[in-house]
Write a protein that binds this ligand. Sequence first.
Ligand code: GDP
Length: 428
Amino acid sequence: MFDAGTTCLVVVGAQWGDEGKGKLVDVLAERADVVVRYQGGANAGHTVVIGDSQFILRQIPSGILHPGVVCVVGNGVVLEPETFFAELDHLAQRQVDTTGRIFVSDRAHLVLPYHKLLDAASEKSQKLGTTGRGIGPAYEDKYGRRGIRVTDLRRLECARALLAAGVERANRLLELMGSSERASFEEHAALLERLAPRLVPLAADAGLLVHRAVREGRRVLLEGAQGSLLDVDHGTYPYVTSSNTTAGGAAVGAGIGPTLIHGVLGVVKAYTTRVGNGPLPTEAPSPFGEQLRQLGGEFGAVTGRPRRCGWFDATVVRYAARVNGLTGLAVTKLDVLDTFDEIPVCTAYALGADRCEEMPAEVELLGHVRPQYEVLPGWRRPTGSARRLADLPAEARAYLDRLQALSGVPARYVSVGTRRDQIIEVEG
Ligand code: GDP
């Protein structure tokens, strides 16, 4: 999607996450100069397959796998430093040279072990299906204006003072929540002292870096984590993540003005999945849900949790198109549908006697809607070797046409397998 006038692109998930953003960013990064992660924490794992190797990246942008691409962890991300460095070390072991091309916003907030203790304790009382990695509590601290930022590590005395208050507050909350766990100030202080010499040299004014890159006409990708329906404002609240996953969050979380963004690519699976709790209107009945899960390998990249699987839901994608201002779709995992005789697609919902074309704000209502299905014929042939639309069976092309018509957004990419080369770029 990069061309002369389109050099700054956002890549968002347009469903409930796990849409295959990692692969898309990896493919697009081949032509990018800079890749920025703009929100989320180490709870979201992108999976990228290169040859026989699989890389799972939680904190580091997927662009890192392309030599020469500069990668930035934006201010909107909450950084779990140990995971970040473990990932860097893992990349180094596998001969991916990251020297001089990874930067972390000095305004990004840190996720510390006490955030994980709080996450585990609160998940016991309010089951939201979080990954328990402390992301929610770290964002709470950010918005409560008591967070610890990367820049604080430049002055360790200042960080220690913030830490003392953070640990004390966490322990009070843990006691209130009935947890027997307690955070230790000394352990946290030792952790920061150990991390600072490694993290501070990577700290940068990331917004400035990204702004300059766009202004100079370099190609910049802003990479989101999770999906639009998990956005804290626009998702299926309260079963959402703690940040703005949608395209508006890209400007804020990368530290640039929205007018610098030229296009928004929405990644959607050719069907629907979600992990964790909350309604999934098009959840497929047995045996189809299980077939989709097995064929699509629908198990969490970080947690291994089985994902709930269902049919493509155009209500969801139309909504995502609107709240993100999508300019193109990337449809992934078309190959997973290769063996189905018939493929239902949800065109709208019915609620009582009414037809409902939009996403209701109340999550309870979403639990009661009845999906209205249109059943399309399957193609019952492998699609993994298609490299042009014309290589696809007619039924698969008709299926894609229908998804685009129902979503109101043109498809720019169709992915037909896990490998880098298994992609169709649709002529503009
Ligand atoms: P992300 O967080 O959106 O990047 O999603 P995941 O990391 O969960 O990626 C989805 C999974 O689907 C990964 O294992 C990918 O290798 C795989 N994948 C991506 N695109 C395709 C595709 O077109 N077909 C198949 N079969 N698998 C794909």
